[in-house]
Design a binder for this molecule. Structure first.
Ligand SMILES: NC(=O)c1ccc[n+]([C@@H]2O[C@H](COP(=O)([O-])OP(=O)(O)OC[C@H]3O[C@@H](n4cnc5c(N)ncnc54)[C@H](OP(=O)(O)O)[C@@H]3O)[C@@H](O)[C@H]2O)c1
Length: 304
């Protein structure tokens, strides 16, 4: 199974390509490499400031691979504005404008999935979600969802009588498994999409300027010769990254590995030919440490 059902008429590929921290002038090459390597889902965001380059990469690859737009699944995200950081929060109207601007940069007529990037502003969350509902009605987004929302944030939408999101993109990996949130999402037919799947690797976001809340101690742990994912990788004859990605899809989570290294891009896509066995799945279950580490500012699901 290479896709998961998102809604009645939309399926999401389990394998997606992440583009956070890839500069606009570098991302076209990475995206077209990914599509050539078999990725059919590309994840970007207004906040990544690389939608133009992502659009250029998509265009190049569709032409060179002889693919149709409908062969691809494209996600982008509304930057909702965060008053706590001195940014105005978007309203329903400016939410609608934002996707139109994203589409223009991407060179697309529609996206497959449009997400609210984070639940920053208590007062505008519902207004922003109403904007997404309108954009779906207009056919600009085939499916709509959220990112970094907690149970309480989704319950707000429910209480307002609004349609529920079909996906919640959240930080999910063996060190941040969020069992209660995942159970709630699955019970409410909301697909959990995993980001930052590769956090446990010692090589995760080590380049300058790619800061996160991951501590140096955590980086050192992944580098140890007997690090658990190294042992499993050896057992299955794959890379540690492939083990982490395979674990996620066995849990039912679409993944979005990011890389600018063509060799890694290709290997990260090769996750359908082996299984993490029950014993290792059970061992990984015990590795949960709680909150995520991908944001420098702390876990955004804790937003008010
Ligand atoms: N909604 C949100 O708030 C949110 C937050 C974070 C991320 N995301 C999305 O999820 C995507 C993935 O998350 P992420 O970018 O945080 O991290 P990630 O994909 O888990 O990991 C990327 C890091 O791992 C390295 N890496 C990739 N493949 C590797 C391999 N095979 N072996 C060793 N190292 C490898 C990359 O370096 P190289 O590039 O040098 O290979 C990079 O430093 C993002 O790009 C974005 O699309 C969403």
């Amino acid at each position: 199974m290479k896709t998961r059902i998102l809604s009645a008429d939309v399926e999401i590929p389990y394998l997606g390509f992440g583009t956070y921290l890839i500069a606009d002038d570098e991302v076209a090459a990475a995206v077209s490499e990914a599509i050539r390597a078999g990725y059919r889902h590309i994840d970007t965001a207004e906040g990544y400031q690389n939608e133009s380059g992502v659009g250029a990469g998509i265009k190049q690859a569709l032409e060179s691979e002889g693919l149709a737009r409908s062969d691809l699944f494209v996600t982008t995200k509304l930057w909702p504005g965060n008053p706590a950081w001195g940014q105005p929060a978007k309203t329903t109207a400016s939410t609608v404008t934002s996707l139109n601007e994203s589409l223009e940069r991407l060179g697309l007529d529609y996206v497959d999935l449009y997400l609210i990037h984070a639940p920053f502003d208590r007062d505008q969350r519902l207004a922003q979600w109403r904007g997404l509902v309108e954009l779906k009605r207009q056919g600009k987004a085939r499916a709509i969802g959220v990112s970094n929302f907690s149970i309480q944030h989704i319950e707000e939408l429910k209480a307002a009588g609004l349609p529920l999101p079909v996906a919640n993109q959240i930080e999910l990996h063996p060190w941040s498994q969020k069992p209660e949130l995942v159970r709630y999402l699955n019970d409410n037919a909301i697909t959990p999409i995993a980001y930052s799947s590769l956090v446990p690797l010692s090589t995760w976001r080590t380049a300058k300027g790619q800061d996160s809340a991951k501590t140096d101690q955590m980086k050192a742990e992944g580098a140890q010769a007997d690090a658990p994912f190294k042992v499993m990788a050896k057992k299955y004859g794959v890379s540690e990254a492939q083990v982490l990605l395979r674990w996620a899809i066995q849990k039912g989570y679409p993944v979005l590995p990011k890389s600018t290294n063509p060799e890694r891009i290709r290997k990260n896509a090769d996750i359908f030919g082996f299984n993490v066995d029950d014993q290792d799945m059970a061992a990984i279950e015990k590795m949960d440490r709680g909150d995520g580490v991908a944001w420098t500012t702390g876990d955004p699901t804790k937003a008010p």
